[in-house]
Write a protein that binds this ligand. Sequence first.
Ligand code: UD1
Length: 343
Amino acid sequence: MKRILVTGGLGYIGSHSVVELQQSGYDVVIVDNLSNSRRDVIDNIEAVTSVRPAFEEVDCTDMAAMQAVFDKYEGIQAIIHFAASKAVGESVQKPLLYYRNNIVSMLNLLELMPRYGVKGLVFSSSCTVYGEPDVLPVTEDAPIKPATSPYGNTKQINEEIIRDFVKVTEGVSAIMLRYFNPIGAHPSALLGELPNGVPQNLVPYITQTAIGIRKELSVFGDDYDTPDGSCIRDYINVVDLAKAHVVAIDRILAGKQDERVEVFNIGTGRGLSVLELVDLFQKATGVKLNYKIVGRREGDIEKVWADPRKANEVLGWKATTPVDETLLSAWRWQEKLREKGIQ
Ligand code: UD1
């Protein structure tokens, strides 16, 4: 069985990816510092797959502890690196925390790869690297725009570090996946997003409002240059996104890469506005949502959606889950959290 290290494997995208990896026959070792995740996610992963993944409570910035993980679990063939701080606003307030967490973790992993014969890395990048794109849909060749937050900057810097390192390190290769906006939850309602405090992202705010934790959703801006005036994004189902990681790992381990560092947009190719998403949520769930239009949120991009053709054609991956099904899965997850008394 091929062994894969998944950092941040108890987090939102990480946990869904662990499930897909296990269901594709991989042996998964999770490293997570529990900074934005719960230990009982392991039980829920096991409940879905009937396999309990190995877990080490380790911080990726701790080099000695990471080395001990590689010593303990021999034969790790590839790494998927999810572990990172991801709150855009917080990153503006605490830049050093973001640079330390996100950059030092990356440096440690890269340094350990050749030492332990690890062949490949899949890195969680983001469409944030494109900033406000000049051409839509955005392809992987679009220029990288100056980052608007330390969080976004860590994605750009890590992409550059990976390129520089792979160039001079034989036997190591990488795939960088630029995610658009991941939403939804596992169809089992056993896994999903667990926001810390007041959600900053749209869909968790919607589901918390629908269930009565929040009074109303604020729609940030209706005066953008879009058909209904609200911002447009490419919302990608989290299970579809998780599957992209399995395909990327398969490709690295099969030695099928065209270049030793490849980059793929992971999105649906469809742009939806905030107001369209709110409407789709209400239709899919039959729940009425309180919302009001407020001013723009600083730093927001007006419109961005993916050209996913490279991932479709080269990776053989495609987003398939209809958005109403995805929104319903997010709602089921929110109901499950209520049932369990978590949120
Ligand atoms: C942001 C980051 C992205 C990061 C992602 C994950 C930017 C430009 N992008 O994506 O890099 O990977 O978060 O944390 O900062 N909205 C509302 N009301 C709300 C919440 C959001 O109207 O209460 C709107 C936003 O204005 C936006 C859309 O919903 O138009 C999506 O917002 P959000 O879910 O926060 O994602 P992004 O800002 O696209």
